[in-house]
Design a protein around this ligand. Structure first.
Ligand SMILES: C[S@@+](CC[C@H](N)C(=O)[O-])C[C@H]1O[C@@H](n2cnc3c(N)ncnc32)[C@H](O)[C@@H]1O
Length: 273
């Protein structure tokens, strides 16, 4: 890591520690006899907004930075609010090495907290079109699906776009024709260099996303499937089975950090050019 990277990491941890100390001070103050309860509770109440604005500011700073720094944040201190459900050793080589030139039009299905969206923005070209489709709080939303919902999240997502990039956020069920039409409208006639499928992980879900959205990818473009490693089949996850059992046109590549790992793993399909 560069000296600047070290500095910004040290600064991040300083700010986070300061916020945690503020919260802890609130809890300790609650035990001081004679203190008004509201005064004691104030530091703890300020903690969530402070963390929100910390993430907002940091994402805006990172918008003109590199993928590595953004990954440091969304897989590190930003994880609780804007985390990515990704393995660093998979998503970084996929985004950095698999594309001959930075993609000019990218889309994801399945946004959750938006951490992967931040990485897609960093990998895309300046001025790129970035479309993110999600059913907020839908299936496979992580431990606290409600955290992915709400208008308060939009500023965080918007802060991820880099200089000149056009970010279009679509909320809806990807299986519905109306959502597909919104997606089509967001592309405004353009074709995608990359479609990242990480939404409904069931057989029907992944099949429907592939069948309904592959047509928006240009010849020679890439369709990526997340979670091709085995895991959570008992919860209906069938991405691996879809990846292995479906005849898909084009050349395949796999990005898997450890072949024995449960879940994660990116299957990338480069369509015929
Ligand atoms: C595993 S999470 C995505 C993780 C995210 N790509 C990341 O790396 O952090 C799956 C997301 O897909 C969304 N989802 C589930 N079913 C969906 C559907 N039918 N249409 C659109 N989004 C859906 C969930 O709400 C959730 O946000």
């Amino acid at each position: 890591m560069s000296e600047d990277g070290e500095k910004s990491r040290a600064e991040l941890y300083f700010r986070l520690t300061a916020m945690l100390l503020l919260g802890a001070a609130g809890f300790l103050a609650a035990g001081v006899p004679g203190w008004p309860r509201w005064l004691a509770a104030l530091p703890a109440a300020l903690l969530p907004p402070a963390y929100y604005f910390f993430c907002l500011r940091r994402l805006a700073e990172l918008a003109s930075g590199g993928i590595g720094e953004t990954a440091d944040f969304v897989l590190g201190p930003g994880r609780p609010l804007v985390g990515a459900l990704q393995h660093r050793a998979e998503i970084i080589p996929f985004l950095k090495e698999f594309f001959p030139a930075p993609p000019a039009a990218v889309a994801e299905i399945g946004r959750a907290k938006g951490g992967t969206l931040a990485l897609l923005c960093r990998a895309a070209a300046p001025g790129a079109l970035v479309v993110s489709l999600d059913l907020p709080g839908g299936a496979f939303s992580g431990l606290i699906p409600l955290l992915n919902k709400g208008a308060w999240r939009a500023p965080l997502l918007r802060a991820m776009a880099g200089p000149g990039q056009e970010l279009r956020l679509i909320d809806g069920d990807s299986k519905l024709p109306a959502t597909r039409e919104k997606f089509r409208a967001a592309l405004a006639g353009r074709k995608l260099d990359l479609l990242f499928i990480d939404g409904d992980h069931t057989w029907d879900g992944v099949k429907s996303d592939y069948e309904n959205y592959a047509g928006f990818v240009k010849p020679g473009g890439v369709i990526a499937f997340h979670d091709i490693q085995p895991g959570f089949e008992e919860h209906g996850v069938a991405v691996r089975r879809f990846w292995l059992e479906t005849a898909l046109p084009g050349a395949r590549a796999e990005f898997i950090a450890d072949s024995s790992q449960k879940s994660y793993g990116i299957g990338a399909l480069r369509l015929p050019g």
